[in-house]
Design a protein around this ligand. Sequence first.
Ligand SMILES: Cc1cc2nc3c(=O)[nH]c(=O)nc-3n(C[C@H](O)[C@H](O)[C@H](O)COP(=O)(O)O)c2cc1C
Length: 179
Amino acid sequence: MNNPTLESIFHRRSIRKYTDQMVEPEKLDLLLQAAMAAPSAMNCKPWEFVVVTDPDKLASFRTRLIFGNRNAPVAIVICGNPRLSTNPAARLFWVEDCSAATQNILIAAVSLGLGTVWVGVHPVAEFMRIVREIAGLPKHVIPLGLIYIGYPAEEKSSRTQYAADRIHWQKYKKDNHQI
Ligand SMILES: Cc1cc2nc3c(=O)[nH]c(=O)nc-3n(C[C@H](O)[C@H](O)[C@H](O)COP(=O)(O)O)c2cc1C
């Protein structure tokens, strides 16, 4: 294909097994730069990131988040902080803004030879409470999700999940999905 961007997009898969190798600080810095290159509503950038490498905290995420038991050496908690959105209309879009930042990290990680998995936190109250507590978030800062990052200890194939029946040209075709 010879298109590194598309190759990274298709090669991004959820990696749930990691080696013990630590992620280099320069790579973490690049991932955070990629995150903050994301688009955001009215460019309010209502995001903040808690980078966790402390083994005890990682163990707490692993044991307390039922869908988050992954052995990665790094976790980044993606947070929305409404106080950073100066515009009330833009404040409504913090989930989209933080999701765009999250996806940028996932794709950038592939290009650096790293694996990732997005662990959903918001809007499940119990997951938010756990992550808030471990990451020490103040009340007004909302954890959208957590990304585990590390060197993959499992291989997954590149793929698209392209489905022609999910595409509508000009107008939605009602009988496409009988739900
Ligand atoms: C909002 C969101 C929440 C997710 N939560 C979890 C999770 O808690 N644990 C997990 O192992 N994977 C989680 N995933 C990863 C999905 O299971 C995964 O993206 C999906 O199965 C498709 O596989 P792929 O990422 O390899 O393409 C989540 C993904 C998203 C977008």
